[in-house]
Design a protein around this ligand. Sequence first.
Ligand code: F6P
Length: 341
Amino acid sequence: MKVGVLTGGGDCPGLNAVIRSVVRKGVQEYSFDFVGVRDGWLGLLQDAVVPLDIPSVRGVLPRGGTILGSSRTNPFQHEDGPRRVRETLAAHEVDALVVIGGEDTLGVADRLHRQGIPLVGVPKTIDNDVSGTDYTFGFDTAVGIATEAIDRLHTTAESHMRALVVEVMGRHSGWIALHAGIAGGANVILIPERPFDIDQVCEQVKSRFKINYAPIVVVAEGAAPKEGQLVLKDQSRDEFGHVRLSGIGEWLAREIAERTGKDARTTVLGHIQRGGTPSAFDRWLATRFGLHAVDAVRDGDFGVMVALQGTRIGRIPLADATAEKKVVDPSLYDEFEVFFG
Ligand code: F6P
């Protein structure tokens, strides 16, 4: 049996840990052969397939990123894409694929599986928004980095008695914002699942200043104010005169400063949340996902995704995992009401 391994979408800490455990168990226990696909689905469109064996995964467990490279290429958006994917797999005599990716990559995997390609999915993303798994690896590392940043921002905010807005990743879900915000003792947490009222945010900020405390506002990049509260003045022009829409963090700091008369600053954490070494939890989860994914290949159980269900690793249909994003439940958000404001 020859198995191809592919990492797609935005990278995240723990990808190499999955590759390592898939290869180690596949070679040692099942005598599988492996190849790596370069740069996600792009590698199957461009015939970029490389050898993958135990020596090539040595030492990669603590390494961030992916030794195989990644991309957001979708073969269904390329002429003859699925046919080219099939041809590359056939040319390299690949019998099955292990596809490590987030919702988009796994959605493509589901469609290709329906067209007859045997594959098993492994969920990754710092956003933690893949349905059917309690956690994705990468999330714990990102939360740790964001929490440390918030801890640091508390002391500088206090020294200058100013508000600090921390923008974290999460276009569609507020998992990082909620977990890091609670762990870091934020006073306001804004998530995409719940449009916010800027007047209320400013009231919360003012009430912190009143008790001589510098407020920290954590905002997910996809969070937005209620309809009608984002106005045209938020457009600025860059040095070339092009209109530029500022990020939500920048917008919030400007509104807070204008409406409260207090100084406010923004820190955008960006890709720092995705880079570098995975946390111990992410290495553990990624390793377990890899071991179970290779078991699914051995069982011939294709079209499934491995998933953390409590403390056990189960398998669910890829179609269930990719039908919709896993968003923050409003009741979970409301649990923390006492800390806000
Ligand atoms: O999906 C993971 C993620 O890190 C999101 O949180 C973020 O919005 C996006 O990827 C950034 O993508 P890119 O690296 O392509 O800018």
